[in-house]
Ligand binder design. Structure first.
Ligand SMILES: CCCCCCCC(=O)SCCNC(=O)CCNC(=O)[C@H](O)C(C)(C)COP(=O)(O)OP(=O)(O)OC[C@H]1O[C@@H](n2cnc3c(N)ncnc32)[C@H](O)[C@@H]1OP(=O)(O)O
Ligand SMILES: Cc1cc2nc3c(=O)[nH]c(=O)nc-3n(C[C@H](O)[C@H](O)[C@H](O)COP(=O)(O)OP(=O)(O)OC[C@H]3O[C@@H](n4cnc5c(N)ncnc54)[C@H](O)[C@@H]3O)c2cc1C
Length: 615
């Protein structure tokens, strides 16, 4: 018999003014997609061995990893078996696009995550047809487990500064991989430490002493039978982290490790047997896997933020605290406008990121199709947009998830609420796949170029067209959507123009272009992300905003119910559908191993002799 739903939540659901199922269908991409997603979730989450008897928070670092590998094997098999053979590839992708199924199993991500998130995309994007056929068969069947090894102990952002070398030996038709220094050790790749046995390595290619730039190589580093590291390979785990503690991030050093010529992924650049180097049509095509992952991250942020606000809004409907009016009893904390201000932006942002992710995915698919036909025209714009949206969505999601946590008071600080772990996952995304400041500066580079083109009368791409609008600075604001968008475009234009003016001022003062760029870089980052509006209009928009909060209030629980996360995926004492937060907090507390006995052995060993002055 299902547990009684909290009365306040029941009332909230009765108050809702729209059809929740319709919004769920819209978010999934249609009623059929919702059905497919739910069917997949039902099948996978009914698999035995997927869940932890003891909450993983109470396991050791080593036990957590071993338990995660156990679950990863069960989960991967369950996902494969749950695949509906009658579904198209696209339907399957839609069913998982919004599902955070893996989050029901791994609170801190899976030791297989890099295999799926980067190793396979790197093969698809960097291997030639023959290589793709061979490696995709093995990788998609999990005969091998891979990762993406680019970052080194000494370099993460500056790819052209990577120290790992791949030197071509025409006599043996092999590449010799070497880590010349400690800082050249690959450092961070997920699954690298004990899980994977292959990786795509980004290394500096040298032929006859000449640099041929950073190229991708597929490298086996563990024996497929014994899993022992191969000769010339040094491996290990990088240690405990803020989050991602079951992703098994590792380090790898090469000592003159030889691989056959056909292990360089040769879709874009090639090395012939005699050592002839055939350059890529664009050296940045080697960075293609990162562009793809940045696009995927935007959607991931939408889903993780939706999960956090679902937990916080449901809890805020159940939690009653303080006094809004004397003798009126304790209100739901969701009735405090400050609480609405903290949480409703998160709901709106998640929807905005979902729509943005869909738009960006379509742009990525179009540009990738063009690249296949040799048309590279839109690659720079895709790069600039992917950088900006990855940086903005991860920064905003981190802020809004942390705000969801702090809006739940002390219970939000409990690991059993799952809000700290969600924060640990999303804040990592501000760093990986390109640190956000660095990516914003990449976007700024494109904005400055576009404004220069606009000022010389050239036509701009649709996403940059606001830089060619001769918008009068006395634009009349109105708080219609169109008026607000026009306002934002005007201000965004002003930010780029101001950064550019600043750079020109530094150059006139005698600074070189690089120093002028660096001196203006705070403004440049702002131009890529920041928009503000003039004083007079804040009041008008503020009134509109506060009025809007009141309109959303009766629908807040309906809006998060529409994200349709089942309790196992929320994995939270505060966010369950039935709202029984206090019973769940107590149930989880009692699972602590410390509660197995009323007096812990440390009393007799330490406390008692200490308090009796005998220690
Ligand atoms: C489940 C979750 C799993 C998460 C796992 C995470 C895995 C990882 O973190 S993998 C490692 C990720 N690492 C990174 O993202 C590194 C970030 N750094 C970079 O991308 C590069 O160093 C970067 C772009 C900052 C600078 O690259 P660099 O080669 O120095 O180029 P730079 O000199 O700045 O620019 C040269 C030109 O290349 C262009 N360019 C740079 N990158 C790209 C790209 N990816 N695509 C297209 N064009 C590009 C620039 O726009 C510029 O164009 P233009 O000259 O027309 O203005
Ligand atoms: C959880 C997690 C998982 C990861 N997984 C992988 C993986 O699987 N494979 C992999 O290859 N890598 C992985 N990484 C590494 C990640 O890609 C790098 O950490 C990231 O690229 C940043 O590089 P870095 O850490 O060396 O910082 P650095 O590049 O040293 O940057 C440090 C700081 O310097 C400043 N800075 C640097 N360059 C500039 C600039 N040009 N302009 C202005 N400021 C600048 C920024 O403030 C930046 O935060 C992972 C990282 C994390 C946190």
């Amino acid at each position: 018999m299902s547990a009684k739903v909290n009365d306040d939540l029941l009332t909230e659901r009765r108050k809702c003014e729209f059809n929740v199922e319709e919004l769920t269908n819209y978010l999934d991409g249609g009623a059929q997609a919702t059905q497919n997603r739910r069917k997949l979730e039902d099948k996978v989450l009914s698999t035995k061995g997927l869940f932890d008897e003891v909450p993983e928070e109470y396991l050791s670092h080593k036990e957590k990893y071993e338990n995660a590998v156990r679950k990863a094997v069960v989960y991967y098999k369950a996902m494969k078996e749950a695949e509906d053979p009658n579904q198209t590839e696209q339907e399957r992708a839609n069913a998982t696009y919004r599902s955070l199924l893996h989050a029901a199993v791994f609170k801190d991500n899976s030791p297989f995550s890099l295999h799926l998130a980067m190793f396979i995309p790197a093969i698809l994007g960097q291997a030639d047809e023959e290589q793709k056929k061979y490696w995709m068969k093995r990788a998609s069947k999990m005969e091998i487990i891979g990762t993406y090894a680019q970052t080194e102990l000494g370099h993460g952002t500056f790819i052209r500064g990577l120290e790992t070398t791949a030197t071509y030996d025409p006599k043996t038709e092999e590449f010799v991989l070497h880590s010349p220094t400690l800082t050249a050790y690959k450092w961070w790749p997920g699954s690298l430490a004990h899980t994977a046995n292959y990786c795509v390595v980004m290394a500096h290619l040298y032929i006859n002493g000449k640099s041929c730039g950073i190229q991708p190589f597929i490298v086996q580093f563990r024996d497929e039978e014994t899993h022992q590291p191969l000769p010339g390979i040094k491996l290990g785990e990088i240690g405990a982290k803020l989050g991602f503690n079951t992703v098994n991030n590792g380090f790898l050093g090469f000592d003159q490790h030889r691989i056959p010529r056909n292990r360089m992924l040769m879709k874009n650049a090639q090395v012939l047997k005699d050592g002839t180097f055939k350059r890529s049509p664009n050296s940045k095509l080697t960075y293609g896997t990162m562009v793809y992952v940045r696009v995927v991250i935007v959607n991931g942020m939408a889903n993780q933020l939706a999960r956090a606000v679902t937990i916080a809004v449901r809890y805020s409907a159940v939690r009653r605290q303080s006094e809004l009016k004397p003798d009126a009893g304790e209100p739901q904390i969701l009735d405090y406008v400050t609480q609405q201000h903290k949480l409703f932006i998160g709901i709106a942002s998640s929807h905005a990121f979902t729509l943005t992710a869909k738009w960006l995915t379509r742009m990525y698919q179009k540009v990738t199709a063009d690249l296949e036909k040799g048309n590279l025209d839109e690659l720079p714009e895709l790069h600039a947009i992917a950088c900006c949206l990855k940086a903005v969505t991860t920064t905003d999601t981190s802020v809004l998830v942390e705000r969801s946590r702090t809006s739940c008071g002390g219970h939000g600080y409990m690991l059993s609420s799952n809000l700290p772990q969600i924060y640990g996952l999303v804040t990592a995304a501000c760093t990986y796949e390109g640190e956000n400041t660095v990516l914003m500066l990449q976007t700024a580079r494109s904005l400055v170029k576009a404004l220069e083109q606009a000022q010389s009368g050239k036509r701009l791409s649709p996403t940059m067209s606001y830089l060619s609008e001769k918008v009068s600075s006395r634009l009349k604001w109105d708080n219609s959507i169109d008026g607000i968008v026009k306002g934002f475009r005007r201000v965004a234009y002003g930010k780029v123009e101001s950064a550019m003016r600043s750079m020109r001022k530094y150059v006139r003062s005698g600074l070189g272009p690089e120093d002028a760029w660096n001196m203006s870089s705070v403004q440049l980052v702002a131009a890529s992300e920041y928009t503000s509006i003039s004083e007079a209009d804040i009041r008008q928009l503020q009134d509109t905003y506060e009025d809007l909060l009141g309109k959303i209030r009766p629908n807040a629980v309906g809006l998060v119910d529409a994200f349709d996360f089942r309790d196992q995926i929320l994995n939270s004492t505060l966010g369950a559908y039935d709202g029984r937060v206090y019973e769940r907090l107590m149930e989880e507390a009692l699972k602590s191993p410390l509660n197995a006995e009323p007096v812990n052995q440390s009393f007799h060993k330490y406390l008692k002799p200490f308090m009796q002055g005998k220690l």
